[in-house]
Design a protein around this ligand. Structure first.
Ligand code: ADP
Ligand code: MG
Length: 230
């Protein structure tokens, strides 16, 4: 990676708008959002319920198309990619962590972590090595063959963070990642994000209501009625 690439934003969105069509009416959810996200940054997105936070995250994760505006990721115009190319890009660029229901409950931790690697076409031996390495780093090696449904809530979310890291993403998108955790587990999850940002140079975008979560971040953005305030 040359120096210029290091300084360039991972994500650059300009004048992003989103309308949800509802019968005859068109409801604006995001209005002219400009946002740059650089590697190593940890950005909290705050704002009242219904202000468009989850919508913004889905668009950044290429799971939802905006109505207007531009989105450059790693300098590439990702909105102009066809769906297949977008899916490939998404797989290596972003990892998602949601508030809950992150894991397949009927599967073991190992099987859950293996899935994104299988989709990415990684061979069995490398899958095993990657899973062992990341579980070790998350202090969760002892849970490797545990059924996901028998993990505590905190362990489930920590496993979900590990799963989001499986394909070595540049950006982690987290929607209220500590929303169902107690304080201690919330802290563990946020510290693991901090490590991803500070030591590994990933960017974290975390939607949250919780000022304690925002305090872990390097920057706080606030959405109000679809407008991004800073
Ligand atoms: P937040 O995450 O900040 O609570 P959302 O991005 O989920 O906000 O939603 C923003 C607004 O868009 C809300 O008014 C919500 O009802 C509406 N909305 C979200 N998803 C859809 C959808 N698929 N169709 C129509 N309206 C939606
Ligand atoms: Mg939401």
């Amino acid at each position: 990676m040359d120096e210029k690439t290091l300084e360039d934003p991972l994500i650059e969105v300009r004048q992003l708008t989103k309308f949800y069509e509802n019968g005859k009416t068109s409801i604006p959810v995001l209005r002219h959002v400009d946002l740059n996200i650089r590697q190593g940054e940890m950005v909290a997105v705050m704002g009242p319920s219904g202000s468009g936070k989850s919508t913004l995250l889905l668009i950044l994760g290429l799971l939802l198309s905006p109505t207007g505006g531009t989105y450059q990721a790693l300098g590439k115009d990702v909105l102009s990619l066809d769906p297949h190319a977008q899916a490939l890009f998404r797989r290596s660029f972003v990892g998602f962590v949601f508030q809950a229901c992150n894991l397949i409950e009927g599967s073991t931790v190992y099987e859950n972590l293996e899935l994104p690697l299988i989709y990415a076409g990684v061979g069995k031996k490398q899958r095993r090595e990657r899973i062992l390495e990341l579980l070790e780093r998350a202090n969760m090696s002892h849970r490797i063959h545990h059924p996901a449904k028998l993990l505590s809530g905190g362990e489930q979310q920590r496993a979900a963070v590990v799963r989001a890291l499986m394909n070595n993403p540049r950006v982690i998108l987290a929607d209220e990642p500590t929303g169902q955790l107690d304080r201690e587990n919330g802290r563990i999850v946020m510290e693991s994000f901090q490590k991803c940002a500070a030591q590994e140079g990933r960017a974290i975008v975390a939607v949250t209501h919780d000022p304690e979560v925002a305090a872990f971040c390097t920057r706080v953005c606030t959405l109000r009625d679809g407008t991004l305030l800073r």
